[in-house]
Design a binder for this molecule. Structure first.
Ligand SMILES: [Zn+2]
Length: 129
């Protein structure tokens, strides 16, 4: 009997939320290296983050559960109903990009010129979730 890493996290809050959701499904989940990453987050990359591990025999159930969660969290395309979407960046038409860039350069701020939209890979529809 061994343990298999099923997911990695860079903070303990997300790791515990994941652990709790797995345990609600009846899958025992154990977090490794949580203390060192919580103590000094800069060590996260060095130790490979907080590792969520499950027993060998629970790996397939965990992967099925993760796929179910992923499908539930992905927005569906309003045009064709596909869940094969990705987040994309679009620029606003009201403010030309060069004006926003010049403004951000002069004021040493981050240019806010666009918004995030979901884009369907199947039909190309762009929509907000
Ligand atoms: Zn679509």
């Amino acid at each position: 009997m061994g343990f298999v890493i099923v997911k990695r996290f860079d903070n303990s809050i997300d790791a515990h939320l994941f652990r709790i959701s797995l345990e609600a499904e009846g899958i025992d989940c154990f977090l490794f290296d949580e203390e060192i990453v919580s103590l000094n987050p800069l060590y996260s990359n060095a130790v490979g983050g907080i590792k969520a591990k499950v027993r060998d025999e629970d790996v397939e159930r965990t992967r099925t559960f993760l796929k179910t969660i992923e499908l539930q969290q992905k927005p569906l395309c309003p045009a064709c109903g596909s869940s094969d979407t990705y987040l994309d960046y679009t620029s606003k038409k009201a403010l030309p990009h060069w004006i926003a860039s010049l403004f951000s350069l002069l004021t040493v701020t981050y240019p806010i010129t666009g918004k995030m939209v979901n884009t369907c890979k199947a039909c190309g529809e762009r929509f907000r979730s």
